[in-house]
Design a protein around this ligand. Structure first.
Ligand code: MLT
Length: 426
């Protein structure tokens, strides 16, 4: 018998098709989000400014997008892998969803020697995508804490998943905002933080550039352990750390393997923002309350929702971790860190309160009492420079702007000249 299509009385199919109106409810969580995602919104404002001032030579210190060409040894490895795909012997199709064994081994040896094993490392197309997939794994029920300010992906994906209430004019109901500001040296007062199921923590922090010390991370891990919370530790900028007192991975802290997932990326190390390669570490000792290893569920997510990072790109990742590639990667980081120093010195000399920049490619400049979107607009108007308004990273970012150190030296020096001209006598 043919299935009978029951016509819903309140819905006129013919009228709907003509009008182009679906009979599908929108995911109500998307209605809670405020404006668009931060960086496309900034790009939109930049475009509008360019249209208004067609001759303006705009410099972007906004989104943290790398600008320097790929290092040669690393690019050559990808070129060889691409050429190999055109041969019968070199061709490969689907790879392991978790990543190539050699690359997982190399990541484990290079970044987690003695701390984590290769089978706990999952290679991916980047940390941002992994954060979204991690949220999918958690589902809509867990409660969430974030540093305030922090990388907007943690909050926005929590909202999309339905983990939060509505925006209350300051932040989202249900999210625990852990305020990080100059008064607490950008480390939250955990005695005032409510217990949540998940804690997102980024060190060195995007956007403040603050790197947490060993003592602070020990406090954080102990807090997570006491509360039985999962720490999602974003270490995407770890290699920018100079301070020997600041760990480069959360697994340097004893006991972290029972509470922490760590995510990291080649984007800001090797100029892979467009190439796309990252990884997430899920220790086997991390277990849900019913004893299920989180590792099992993460493996299920990756095998179901991901088909493995590009084989060409993984060849590039492997090259990054050979002695020649490592040198090229560290040279690139040193270059951007010098940019950060130049920017930080400039704002400091002009009398601003400036944070970050020593252990991160971001500097965090205070404009006390001024709404940060207004400061963003003023800098764009007066200097033709794009920054990122602090409030885009959370309520505690109000009164700050972030300047990214990713740029050619020529652009950074030109930006410095323009900043001095506009704000030198503030
Ligand atoms: C940023 O500017 O915060 C980053 O580039 C964004 C990202 O890594 O996705």
């Amino acid at each position: 018998m043919c299935p009978v299509h029951v016509r819903r009385p309140e819905f006129d199919v013919g009228r709907s098709l003509l009008a182009g109106v679906l009979n599908v409810n929108r995911n109500e969580n998307f209605g809670k989000l405020r404006a668009g995602y931060l960086f496309p919104e900034i790009a939109r404002r930049r475009k509008a400014h360019q249209e208004k001032h067609p001759d303006a030579k705009i410099i972007s210190l906004g989104i943290g997008d790398t600008t320097e060409p790929l290092p040669k040894y690393i690019a050559d490895a990808m070129a060889r892998a691409a050429a190999g795909l055109a041969t019968r012997e070199g061709y490969s199709g689907y790879g392991a969803e978790q990543g190539q064994g050699a690359l997982r081994e190399a990541v484990a040896a290079t970044f987690y020697s003695g701390l984590r094993t290769a089978d706990e490392i999952f290679i991916s197309d980047g940390s941002k995508c992994d954060i979204a997939r991690i949220q999918m794994m958690f589902g809509s029920k867990p409660t969430v804490a974030v540093q305030d300010p922090s990388y907007p992906v943690y909050v926005d994906t929590s909202v999309m998943m339905g983990m939060t209430g509505d925006h209350n004019g300051t932040g989202f109901d249900g999210i625990e905002y852990m305020v990080c500001n100059p008064d607490n040296a950008f480390f939250p007062d955990l005695s005032k933080v409510k217990r949540t199921d998940i804690i997102f923590f980024c060190s060195p922090n995007n956007p403040t550039g603050a790197a947490a010390t060993r003592a602070q991370l020990t406090e954080l891990v102990n807090f997570a352990r006491r509360n039985g919370s999962i720490l999602v530790y974003d270490a995407a900028y770890a290699l920018y750390i100079s301070n020997p007192d600041c760990p480069k991975t959360i697994y340097e802290i004893p006991g972290a393997e029972e509470v922490a997932i760590e995510t990291c990326s080649f984007s800001k190390y090797a100029g892979f923002t467009g190439v796309r390669l990252g990884w997430t570490v899920v220790p086997k000792a991390l277990k849900y309350s019913d004893g299920t290893p989180v590792h099992n569920d993460w493996n299920r997510v990756m095998t179901t929702c991901f088909n493995g990072a590009s084989n060409i790109v993984q060849a590039g990742g492997l090259a990054c971790l050979q002695p020649e590639g490592l040198k090229e990667m560290y040279d690139m980081i040193t270059f951007y860190k010098e940019n950060a120093r130049i920017l930080k010195d400039t704002f400091t000399e002009m009398g601003f309160k400036v944070y970050g920049g020593n252990d991160a490619p971001y500097i965090w400049v205070g404009f006390p009492g001024k709404p940060s979107w207004d400061v963003f607009a003023e800098i764009l108007e007066r200097c033709n420079i794009v920054t990122t308004p602090g409030s885009g990273f959370g309520p505690a970012g109000e009164g700050f702007v972030r300047a990214s150190a990713f740029g050619s030296r020529e652009n950074i020096l030109e930006a410095v000249r323009r900043f001095k001209e506009a704000y030198g006598n503030k």
